[in-house]
Each structure stands twice: as structure tokens, then as C-alpha cells.
Ligand binder design. Structure first.
Ligand code: NAD
Length: 354
């Protein structure tokens, strides 16, 4: 089944279906391209090589050095490789790190992208690109980084280890939860956020019980698309700010950090935005949205405490200062003292208040 979303004045082709990766040659040809460069992380080089094999003479090579947080030096090597090989299209197979590399190359070269996501991060559905240079991560929004084609193949995501499945799903759910109280939200973004949250509320427990359940994997990929799309449509707040700070400064793993912080950030904002967060309370069965998400996280065996990721208690003061150093819109006023308390609770893995 196919769906479509807007890429400025064009249309992004979004397809869902088991085995869709096998149609990669047709998708490349459909773009009018004949020289595809396949991108992946080193860990997924086998998947990239398989795709290149399927592409046959329509593949000019494989670049499998995608890295978390899209370091600019890796992008520069990839752009040089793109030019040397005469590539006229990019095929990214992997999670947000590989998608980020494809977006970064597209920004610099204007090449069209086909993305085959293998996690739930949702980057493929946003015009957002985060890049790291000299240890500093900056984020830009530019329609030129949106892919032309997204192929969601549930067979590929069925190989995502259960632990990563859980944290990646909570990462996706965080986009939807924060979209519900975004100042620029619309009825359409609310509907999409709710669709995404429902998909994971229903599908994630099934997928954990049976990781190879292709129908449940496809349902959760649909959730990932919905959550990623709202991330690209409306502004994010406290939760994403905290995860950005913790990931960037303390080098904590992206999806795990999202998974742990989400119930606490939602609980914090429930003080000011309980009505906007009511769908979360309802979908995850109360009593409040943060507590409901915390219980869901426990049920799916998500990591619950930042200390288990290696963050030291002594770092919490600095994290609170960094996360509150620049003002940003958030439903509940952000004070250093309150954020310090939130971080303490997330560090210790406590149940949030609301
Ligand atoms: P990732 O892409 O870094 O993947 C983590 C590891 O898992 C990698 O080694 C990868 O090769 C491996 N992996 C991925 N899928 C697999 C599978 N199906 N089976 C086995 N191994 C698999 O992780 P992620 O959480 O998808 O992405 C995180 C990155 O994406 C961060 O840099 C984050 O900032 C970015 N991101 C960007 C946006 C955006 O809109 N720009 C949105 C979400 C995330």
C-alpha cells in the first residue's frame, strides 16, 4: 500500500510492504536514476551490499561509514565518494544515522534519496538534519533534505534486536507526545500524533512477544511514519531539549535517553498541559500521562534510569544548567530547580508524579 506526503511543491512517495526492498531497482529507475550509491553504517554493510547486488549495474558503490549524529567529516568523505563514483541517486538503508548521512549528502549535492528505514526513529519523514562538527551538534530544517521515496519493509525491521526495538519505539512516541502540546499544532498533527501513539501502544507489546510478526512490525512502522511526520510539522519542547543536551554533552545513546526521559518530561508538562496530553493518558490507560508512559515503559522492559546509561549523579547539576541556559517554548515554565529535580528522578528511575 502506498501513501503520499508533501515535499515542498513535490510529493514524497511512501510505501509500506513486506519485501519492498526487492523492488529497489524499479524505484531507482522510477526516479530516472542509473547510478545509485547505497549508504549504511558499518554494522549494516551486509544489508547495503545485498541491495547493491539487487541493483546490479544501477549501483555504483556502497558507502558504509554512516555514524551517529552525522559528523561533518564523514559527510565530506561521502560527498567526495559520491562525486568520484558519478552517483545520481542515494539509497539509505538503516536507522536515523544512515538517513542523516543521506540527507547531509543530498543537502550538498541535490541528489534524490530513497530511504529504507530499519528503526522507528522517523528521520526519513522530516526535513530536519542534525550534524556534528568539532563536538557541537547543530540542527537545520530544509525541504531539500526530505527524501523522494521511503520504503518501509517490515521484514527488515523484524531483525531489529528487541532492546533497540523498545527504545526506538519510545523515541518515536516522544515525537508524538510532544507534538500534542506544540504551540503550532493543528487538528491534523494531533490526529497523526494519536495515530502514531496508538500504533505503538497496540503493536509494541506484540512485536516484543513475537519479533518476527510481520503484520505487527508493519503496524509499528506506520506508527514510526506518523510520529516522524509530526516531528517535521510542529515544534518540539522540553523532552527533545533534554535529550539533545544529554546526548550531546554526556554522549548518552540517543534512543535509550529518549526512552528514559519521556515519562518524566511528559509528567512535568502535564502540570500545564493535562488536556492536550489527555490522548496519552487515555491510550496508555492513566492515571496521568507521565505515569501511564512509565508503566508502559516498564511493561515493555525499557531502560528506566539514566544512571544505567553511565550518567554520573555528579553530572546532573551541569545537565540542568545546560538544559535551561537558553529559553524555549514549553507548556510548563522551565526553571533550573525543577529541571534538576526531573533529572534526578530520571537518573534514579523513579515513577513520575503525574
Ligand atoms: P542508528 O541509526 O544510529 O542505529 C543504531 C545502530 O543499530 C546502528 O549500528 C545501526 O546500524 C543498527 N541498526 C539499525 N537498524 C537495525 C536493524 N534493523 N537490525 C540490526 N541493527 C540495526 O539509530 P536510530 O535511533 O535509528 O537513529 C539515531 C540518530 O538519528 C541520531 O543521530 C538522531 O539524532 C537521528 N534522528 C534524526 C531525526 C531527524 O528528524 N533528523 C529524527 C530521529 C532521529
Amino acid at each position: 500500500m502506498s501513501g503520499f506526503l508533501t515535499k515542498s511543491d513535490e510529493t514524497v512517495r511512501v510505501r509500506f510492504g513486506a519485501g519492498l526492498r526487492h523492488s529497489i531497482a524499479d524505484e531507482v529507475a522510477r526516479l530516472g536514476a542509473t547510478h545509485a550509491l547505497v549508504l549504511s553504517t558499518p554494522q549494516q554493510s551486509n544489508s547495503a551490499l545485498e541491495l547493491a547486488e539487487k541493483l546490479g549495474s544501477a549501483a555504483v558503490g556502497v558507502f558504509c561509514r554512516a555514524t551517529m549524529h552525522t559528523p561533518v567529516d564523514v559527510t565530506e568523505q561521502a560527498v567526495a565518494h559520491t562525486q568520484e563514483t558519478g552517483a545520481d541517486c542515494l539509497v539509505s538503508i538503516g536507522g536515523g544515522s544512515t538517513t542523516g548521512l543521506g540527507k547531509a549528502i543530498a543537502l550538498r549535492t541535490g541528489l534524490p534519496q530513497i530511504v529504507i528505514p530499519t528503526t522507528y526513529a522517523g528521520s526519513e519523514a522530516t526535513p530536519i538534519l542534525g550534524q556534528t562538527e568539532n563536538g557541537v551538534k547543530t540542527t537545520l530544517t530544509d525541504a531539500r533534505v526530505l527524501p523522494q521515496v521511503i520504503l518501509y519493509d517490515p521484514e527488515l525491521v523484524s531483525g531489529l534486536p528487541v532492546g533497540m526495538t523498545v527504545t526506538s519505539a519510545l523515541n518515536a512516541m516522544a515525537h508524538a507526545a510532544e507534538a500534542l502540546y506544540a504551540p503550532d499544532r493543528t487538528e491534523a498533527s494531533d490526529a497523526l500524533a494519536i495515530e502514531g501513539l496508538r500504533a505503538f501502544a497496540d503493536g509494541l507489546p506484540q512485536v516484543i512477544q513475537s519479533p518476527g510478526d510481520i503484520a505487527a512490525r508493519e503496524a509499528t512502522l506506520r506508527g514510526a511514519w506518523a510520529c516522524g511526520t509530526v516531528l517535521g510539522q510542529v515544534g518540539m519542547a522540553l523532552h527533545h531539549k533534554l535529550c539533545h543536551t544529554l546526548g550531546g554533552t554526556f554522549d548518552l545513546p540517543h534512543a535509550d535517553t529518549h526512552a528514559i526521559v519521556l515519562p518524566h518530561a511528559v509528567s512535568y508538562n502535564a502540570r500545564a498541559a493535562a488536556a492536550a496530553l489527555k490522548p496519552v493518558t487515555d491510550i496508555f490507560d492513566g492515571p496521568g500521562p507521565g505515569r501511564a508512559l512509565h508503566r508502559f515503559a516498564q511493561k515493555v522492559n525499557a531502560p528506566l534510569a539514566l544512571r544505567d546509561l553511565g550518567l554520573r549523579e555528579a553530572d546532573l547539576d551541569r545537565a540542568a544548567t545546560l538544559a535551561t541556559s537558553r529559553p524555549y517554548p514549553n507548556p510548563q515554565p522551565v526553571t533550573r530547580e525543577d529541571i534538576r529535580a526531573l533529572l534526578q528522578a530520571a537518573w534514579a528511575g523513579e515513577t513520575p508524579a503525574n
